[in-house]
Design a protein around this ligand. Structure first.
Ligand SMILES: CC(C)(COP(=O)(O)OP(=O)(O)OC[C@H]1O[C@@H](n2cnc3c(N)ncnc32)[C@H](O)[C@@H]1OP(=O)(O)O)[C@@H](O)C(=O)NCCC(=O)NCCS
Length: 218
């Protein structure tokens, strides 16, 4: 059992607290946010402390960190906190729901994998990956770091997902497809071929949205 510090005090942090408390061996002991947002010293009956000095109050030797944040700014906000907490010396946990179906897959750190995800055999998951509920992640795939799956995404077999990709609800990816770094797949869109970095794709079959980068939309 680890003593966990959760980053944030909004919905995702509250959900992380709920899932860890009800479906893990871990013990959440505090929350942390940047000092400029620190207007309440307590959340869920636990202390909230400034991220700037969290390591002096909850030593990295005795505590682990969890930052399961949203995909905003194409996962780069979550990546930044992940790297900063790492630089402070923290190790990370990952949460994998007891109601998810896995087959001994390799899973990185700071991953948040909710109920009803199926991750088929021989697929690996990098660091700082969020899978909201109900995704199908096909076999022999490779998910790199800082990726976000919302819900009910179908990633077919043998796909490679490069870092920072974001999949909207109900999106579908053809087998043997590479999703480039920072790709934003719109809700209910069907990707049939390799994508371009930091681009947005919508529709079925999905087409690239011209003249707009993914991080300008989300
Ligand atoms: C792709 C996306 C980021 C575009 O957002 P946006 O830049 O704000 O675009 P807009 O909503 O202004 O829509 C622009 C146009 O694209 C269309 N469009 C937007 N998303 C679309 C989609 N997924 N499929 C087809 N068309 C879409 C809109 O209907 C609109 O068309 P119009 O100009 O003919 O009226 C967004 O629609 C999306 O799919 N986000 C993912 C949402 C999601 O899955 N959330 C999960 C909760 S975390």
């Amino acid at each position: 059992m680890a003593k966990v510090i959760i980053f944030g005090v909004l919905d995702t942090a509250e959900l992380a607290h709920y899932y860890l408390t009800n479906d893990s061996e871990h013990d959440v002991v505090a929350f942390t946010i940047h000092r400029e947002y620190l207007d309440n010293p307590s959340f869920k009956d636990l202390p909230v402390v400034a991220f700037e000095d969290v390591e002096t109050l909850f030593s990295p030797a005795d505590h682990v960190f969890f930052a399961p944040m949203t995909g905003r700014n194409m996962n780069r906000n979550r990546e930044k906190i992940y790297n900063e907490a790492k630089a402070k010396g923290y190790r990370f946990i990952s949460y994998v729901s007891s109601r998810a179906t896995l087959f001994g897959n390799e899973i990185g750190e700071n991953c948040f994998i909710l109920e009803d995800n199926t991750i088929q055999p021989f697929t690996t998951i990098g660091n700082n990956v969020v899978m909201w509920s109900g995704n199908h992640i096909g076999h022999h795939g490779q998910i790199k770091d800082h990726v976000f799956f919302t819900s009910h995404v179908v990633l077919s077999g043998h796909c490679v997902v490069e870092s920072h990709a974001f999949f909207g609800v109900n999106s579908t990816i053809r087998d043997y497809t590479t999703i480039a770094q920072g790709t934003l797949v719109g809700m209910a869109s069907a990707i049939t071929r390799e994508t371009e970095e930091w681009s947005i794709y919508i529709g079925n079959p999905a087409k690239k949205v011209p003249g707009k980068k993914s991080f300008e939309a989300y």
